[in-house]
Design a protein around this ligand. Structure first.
Ligand code: PBG
Ligand code: ZN
Length: 348
């Protein structure tokens, strides 16, 4: 067929196909591409010995015993995994002050030691919150009268941060949403002479049903009420921007938007407004949705995950925290250099 420009159809200057007709020009058009260096893999660490417990709400994800971690991660690190985010799942010892969060036998403290020794180049980020360690499952400490004690909460979060960095964590990531916690953590790290460790703040963390599977994984569902007193309402873009800007003023080295997919506008806003890298957390419910939809035959899992995460990159995320990290290490490797066109547009 003769493909020369005819008098029919759009004017030559409005024709876009020529600009992405070759596999490599197609790649050149994409300013947002996924790279393994941008991925963070969240891990659940239990104190159960030799455990590998599959998480019912998150097929393919496990609660790992500390003694199983090295073997579980070795192949991923070999394939290029650069960073992990640790969540502790203690089986007992929960109280009103989250005392077990930084006890010497805390699963996270122990996991940090194991991972540092086994994988010297792996970046270890510790999630900082109280909800997995409090008997009530909330992210804060309460006063006797049942009201939220913000001051006591941020003091405790700062203490836990210091313990984790002292244990060897490279970075702490407070996910509690208490007011002033970034400043409190920064000050405490400074006073303990541990301020080499950066803070990644869960800055724009929305009250979301998409955390449901995570709460099954971490056994951290609140015993009463919900998290609306401290997590943001879904429709609140301005409030989220204030939270992001406030955290940067308090010294956050990285900010985060969470969940990712339903809040792409905030990822873009954050990218445009603050001058620190922006992380997006593709959360447990987003993982479960894609997995179940693919299993039900709605689409191919790999294609869907790559599209969803590329969208998050395009919105402006510099870092993506995702449970799909293990598969992505394979998928992105295979993608490199293959550059096969979906449709052969060779003209004859
Ligand atoms: C705890 C915390 C939660 C997540 C990360 N840290 C749950 C919550 O706030 O209830 C959610 C992560 C996910 O859903 O993957 N503060
Ligand atoms: Zn919490």
């Amino acid at each position: 067929m003769n493909s020369s420009i005819s008098s029919e159809g759009p004017a030559p200057r409005h024709r876009l196909h020529p600009g992405y007709g070759h596999p490599i020009t197609r790649i050149w058009q994409e300013e947002a591409r996924l790279h393994v260096d941008q991925l963070v893999y969240p891990l659940f660490i239990t104190d159960a010995v030799n455990a590998q417990e599959e998480i019912g709400a998150m097929p393919g994800q496990y609660r790992w015993g500390v003694d199983r971690l090295e073997a579980a991660l070795r192949p991923l690190v070999r394939k290029g995994l650069r960073a992990v985010l640790l969540f502790g799942v203690p089986s007992n010892g929960k109280d009103g002050r989250a005392s077990c969060a930084d006890a010497a036998n805390s699963p996270v403290v122990q996991a940090v030691g194991v991972l540092k020794a086994a994988f010297p180049d792996l970046l270890i980020i510790c999630d900082i919150c109280l909800c997995a360690y409090t008997d009530h499952g909330h992210c804060c400490i309460f006063r006797e009268d049942g009201s939220m004690d913000n001051a006591a909460s941020i003091e405790r979060l700062a203490e836990i941060s210091v313990s984790y960095v002292r244990a060897g964590a490279h970075m702490v990531a407070p996910s509690d949403m208490m007011d002033g916690r970034v400043g409190a953590i920064k000050r405490a790290l400074c006073e303990a002479r541990l301020d080499h460790a950066p803070v990644m703040s869960y800055s724009a963390k929305f009250a979301s049903c998409f955390y449901g599977p995570f709460r099954d994984a971490a056994h951290s569902a609140p015993a009463f009420g919900d998290r609306r007193a401290y997590q943001l309402p879904a429709g609140a873009r301005r409030l989220a921007l204030r939270a992001i800007e406030r955290d940067v003023e308090e010294g956050a080295d990285f900010v985060m938007v969470k969940p990712a997919g339903p809040y792409l506008d905030l990822i873009r806003d954050a990218r445009d407004r603050v001058h620190v890298p922006v992380a997006a957390y593709h959360v447990s419910g987003e993982y479960a949705m894609l997995l179940h939809a693919a299993q039900a035959g709605a689409f191919d899992l790999k294609t869907a995950v790559l599209e969803a995460l590329t969208g998050i990159r395009r919105a402006g995320a510099d870092i993506i925290i995702t449970y799909f990290a293990p598969q992505l290490l394979d998928w992105l490797q295979a993608e490199e250099g293959s550059g096969k066109p979906a449709v052969d547009r060779t003209e004859s």
